[in-house]
Write a protein that binds this ligand. Structure first.
Ligand code: SF4
Ligand code: MG
Length: 336
């Protein structure tokens, strides 16, 4: 089956302001060769620390800027090179839910008009009755009371506003929804509600969901697959259970070590990474993680690892997997 979204070797390099770095033209390598796909009825989460390029990936798919290289394919059609006029009509197929439910809703529009706008723009209701029916349906879908549709955004809590943001995305009847830190601004208890809602909707509606988050803990119970990004590259991608139970990249292992384990007594070994994420202007040579990796060895500093299948069948970019199992500390990470 054809994936809803395919991203192939995506690159986004920004020229440095001023343009020169030590006399040569400088670039920010925000996204540097990223490939993945999202199937119908699937949630793929992209996780990584701030500055890893995950939001840039989301924005590139939405065509908020032109990409440097690579391809973005939506429902079998390449959209990164599509004229903007043609793309406008296809926008319906991919919708976005933003981080900040306070600024993403127009305060001067009632919820009714916020939701009606995409339905009208894309010609999705044939008359007033059909529009009303659709609006009621959307309120039901995001579990908000129908009467609330005549209220203003400021009358809602953060979590309720995010429900409206989700309803607005659904109003266009998309096949793909991109959530960029969609729950990061919310209180802990509300976070879980919105994550559960997204998971339910994804199942009910058979959507493809691309869930971008800095927080690995948030995706532990909702996603199908996880892609971990570091300095503009995907370093590991795997089905959720395998990734959480047996990470095959040292960076994922370190991120996971900070995620609390629900069962009392069962603690993950805490790995504290030294230093900060290096600058994407001059990323480290070889493996970009080598300046912080607890397992670094000589080859890592010169040779860039490629994303390749590990013995357990998921993908990781790390030279450790070329070593005999006895010398590979990550080989000990086996599913429970
Ligand atoms: Fe660490 Fe080397 Fe693997 Fe990079 S390639 S993650 S530096 S062990
Ligand atoms: Mg971001």
């Amino acid at each position: 089956e054809q994936p809803v979204l395919e991203v192939l070797d995506l690159k986004k390099h920004y020229p440095l302001r001023g343009g020169l770095l030590g006399g040569v033209k400088g670039y920010v390598y925000a996204v540097d060769g990223v490939s993945f796909h999202v199937n119908r009825g699937e949630t793929l989460s992209i996780v990584g620390e701030s500055g890893c390029g995950k939001s840039t990936v989301g924005k590139a798919i939405l065509r908020l800027f032109d990409i440097t290289d690579g391809q973005v394919v939506l429902e079998g059609t390449r959209i990164d090179t599509m004229p903007l006029g043609t793309l406008r009509k296809r926008r319906r197929q991919m919708q976005v839910v933003f981080q900040d439910p306070f600024s993403s809703l127009n305060p001067r529009m009632r919820v009714r008009d916020i939701l009606a706008e995409p339905i009208r723009n894309f010609g999705l209701a044939k008359d007033g009755a059909a529009l009303d029916k659709r609006l009621n349906e959307l309120m039901d879908t995001v579990r908000l009371p129908r009467e609330a549709i005549n209220r203003w955004p400021h009358e809602f809590s953060g979590g309720q506003r995010q429900r409206i943001g989700i309803a607005r995305a659904l109003a266009a009847d998309p096949s793909l929804i991109i959530c960029d830190e969609a729950v990061s601004a919310l209180d802990v208890s509300v976070k879980a509600q919105i994550v559960n809602l997204l998971g339910d909707l994804q199942k009910e509606l058979g959507l493809a969901l691309l869930f971008i988050s800095h927080d690995l803990a948030i995706v532990e119970h909702m996603t199908h697959r996880v892609a971990v990004m570091y300095l503009g590259k995907i370093v590991e991608v795997a089905p959720r259970r395998e990734l959480f139970a047996a990470p095959k990249h040292p960076y994922t292992e370190a991120l996971l070590s900070a995620v609390p384990v629900p069962e009392p007594g069962a603690a993950r070994k805490r790995i504290v990474l030294k230093g900060d994420v290096p600058s994407p202007i001059n990323p480290p040579s070889g493996c970009r993680f080598h300046t912080r990796c607890p397992y670094v060895f000589d080859r890592c500093r010169v040779d860039e690892p490629r994303l390749q299948p590990t013995e357990s069948g998921h993908f990781a970019a790390c030279h450790l997997h070329d070593l005999p199992a006895a010398e590979n500390p990550l080989a000990r990470n086996t599913p429970l």
